[in-house]
Design a protein around this ligand. Structure first.
Ligand SMILES: [Zn+2]
Length: 426
C-alpha cells in the first residue's frame, strides 16, 4: 500500500459526516423513475449527475444510442415496452496528466415500471436498511462514486477519471455498447458500480450471456375438420425447445433457459406460428461459440433462405402455398451474444488484490466471488479494459420489489472507493 494511512483517515473523516445527506440524495435519486426506458426520468437523472460531475471540473460528452435487434424489443411479456428509442450515453471526463486513466461506469436505468407501485425510498424502522427501486442496483452505487470523487477533490488528489453513465444496462446495453467499447480503449482501469455480493464481496469473474429467438412456422387448419391439413408450429417449436434443453451442461457452467413463449390462437385451430425467447450463459468464448453453433443448427433449410428482414409473421414458402406438398414446419433462429464472458485475468486479479488490500486497511474484509450475472464489466473487459465491477453498495433483493440497501454501506463503500482511487493515483 503506497497511500499514507493519514490520507485514508482524512478521506474517511470527510465522507463519514455525509451519511444523512447521502440518504437524502438517495431518496431523490430513487424517486426519479428510470425503468422501462422512461425517457423523462432518464433525462432528469442524467442531468442531475452531469451537473454534479461538472462541478468537479468534468466535461460531458453525449453519445447517441444505437438501435438493437427488433426481435429483442418485442416479447411475449405484455408489460414490456413495444418501442425502443435508444437512449444516449454520457461520458464526463476529468483527465489529469501523467495519471492512470480510470473509467468509472454506472447505469442510470432500473428494471422497474415507472407506473408501478414501487417508486420511493422507504427506511426500515431501525434505520439500518431502506428499500426502493434501484436503491442498490445501482443508484446507491452511483451516489457513492460521486461522494468519493468529491472527497478526493477536497484533499487535492487529482485522479484522472471519466464517469460513463449509460441508460440501458438492464436491457443488455445494446444502445451503449459502442460507447462502452470506445471508452474501454481510452482508459487503463475500469471500475463499475454494481452492488457487492451478499457477503460484501467483489466479483472477480463472470459468465457471459446471449439472447436468442426461435420462430416456428406451420400451416393453420381447423383442428376438427382438417387436422391432417395443418402443420403445427407449436409442436415444431416444442421439438426445438427440447433440443435447447439438451445444450445445457451444468457441470461445465452452461445453461440454456427458455421463456417467454408464444403460440396458437385457439384450441380448435392448428397453430401456424409459435415463438420462444431464450437466454444462454457460458463461462468462456469457446463455449459461447459452441452454443451459437448449436442454436444455428435448429434452423431448417427453407427458413435459412428466408429474408431476415421480413416480418416475422410472414409464412415461409412451404406452408403458405404448396399445400399438396409433404408438410414440414420450418424453424428460424436469431441470436445475439452481446455479453461476452469475463474470466479472471492476471491483470484483474492484481486489481482485485489492490482493492482487497485497501479494504483491509480500512478494517473491512473483502471476499472474492464469481457470478452468473452479467453487466457492463463484461463488455468493458472484453474490449480490453481490466475492470472490476462490484464497487457499489451492499444490499439485496435486486430486481424485486424488496430491493434493499445496507445504509451503512453508503459511507463504507464511498470511503473504500475514494481510498482505492487514491491508491491508484501515481
Ligand atoms: Zn446493475
Amino acid at each position: 500500500m503506497k497511500t499514507p494511512p493519514a490520507l485514508r483517515e482524512r478521506l474517511a473523516s470527510i465522507i463519514a459526516p455525509r451519511r444523512q445527506e447521502m440518504i437524502a440524495d438517495l431518496a431523490r435519486f430513487v424517486a426519479i423513475p428510470t425503468g422501462n426506458n422512461h425517457a423523462p426520468g432518464l433525462d432528469t437523472f442524467r442531468a442531475i449527475l452531469v451537473a454534479r460531475l461538472e462541478a468537479l471540473g468534468a466535461k460531458p460528452e453525449f453519445i447517441p444510442g444505437d438501435a438493437r435487434p427488433d426481435w429483442l424489443t418485442e416479447s411475449a411479456d405484455a408489460s414490456a415496452p413495444k418501442r425502443f428509442d435508444p437512449p444516449p450515453t454520457v461520458v464526463c471526463r476529468r483527465p489529469a496528466d501523467g495519471q492512470p486513466r480510470i473509467l468509472l461506469a454506472g447505469h442510470i436505468d432500473t428494471v422497474f415500471d415507472p407506473r408501478g407501485p414501487f417508486q420511493t425510498l422507504t427506511l426500515a424502522p431501525d434505520g439500518k436498511t431502506a428499500t426502493g427501486p434501484g436503491v442498490a442496483d445501482m443508484k446507491g452505487g452511483i451516489l457513492i462514486a460521486l461522494v468519493a470523487l468529491e472527497a478526493l477533490e477536497k484533499v487535492c488528489i487529482p485522479v484522472s477519471w471519466s464517469f460513463l453513465l449509460n441508460s440501458d444496462e438492464e436491457t443488455g446495453s445494446y444502445a451503449s455498447d459502442r460507447a462502452l467499447r470506445a471508452e474501454a480503449s481510452k482508459h487503463e482501469i475500469g471500475l463499475a458500480l454494481e452492488p457487492a455480493l451478499p457477503d460484501g464481496g467483489l466479483v472477480i469473474e463472470r459468465k457471459g450471456s446471449g439472447q436468442f429467438f426461435i420462430e416456428a412456422f406451420g400451416k393453420s387448419a381447423h383442428a376438427g375438420r382438417d387436422f391432417d391439413k395443418g402443420v403445427s408450429a407449436v409442436y415444431a417449436l416444442a421439438r426445438s425447445i427440447t433440443r435447447c434443453e439438451e445444450m445445457s451442461d451444468l457441470p461445465r457452467g452452461i445453461t440454456v433457459n427458455i421463456g417467454p413463449l408464444r403460440g396458437g390462437i385457439a384450441t380448435n385451430i392448428v397453430p401456424d406460428y409459435a415463438a420462444a425467447w431464450g437466454n444462454v450463459r457460458f463461462p468462456d468464448a469457446k463455449d459461447a461459440a459452441e452454443l451459437a453453433q448449436g442454436l444455428n443448427e435448429l434452423n431448417t433449410a427453407h427458413a435459412d433462405a428466408e429474408d431476415e428482414s421480413s416480418n416475422h409473421r410472414a409464412e415461409p414458402p412451404e406452408a403458405s402455398s404448396r399445400t399438396s406438398q409433404p408438410r414440414r414446419p420450418s424453424i428460424r433462429v436469431r441470436q445475439s451474444f452481446a455479453r461476452p464472458a469475463k474470466p479472471l485475468t492476471p491483470q484483474s486479479q492484481q486489481l482485485a488484490d489492490t482493492i482487497r488490500a485497501v479494504s483491509e486497511s480500512l478494517g473491512v474484509a473483502l471476499p472474492f466471488g464469481s457470478s452468473g450475472g452479467v453487466c457492463d464489466g463484461n463488455n468493458l473487459q472484453d474490449a480490453g479494459l481490466t475492470t472490476l465491477d462490484t464497487l457499489g453498495v451492499k444490499g439485496g433483493g435486486l430486481h424485486t420489489h424488496q430491493e434493499w440497501i445496507n445504509l451503512d454501506s453508503l459511507v463504507e463503500r464511498a470511503t473504500l472507493l475514494a481510498c482505492v482511487l487514491a491508491e491508484l493515483f501515481d
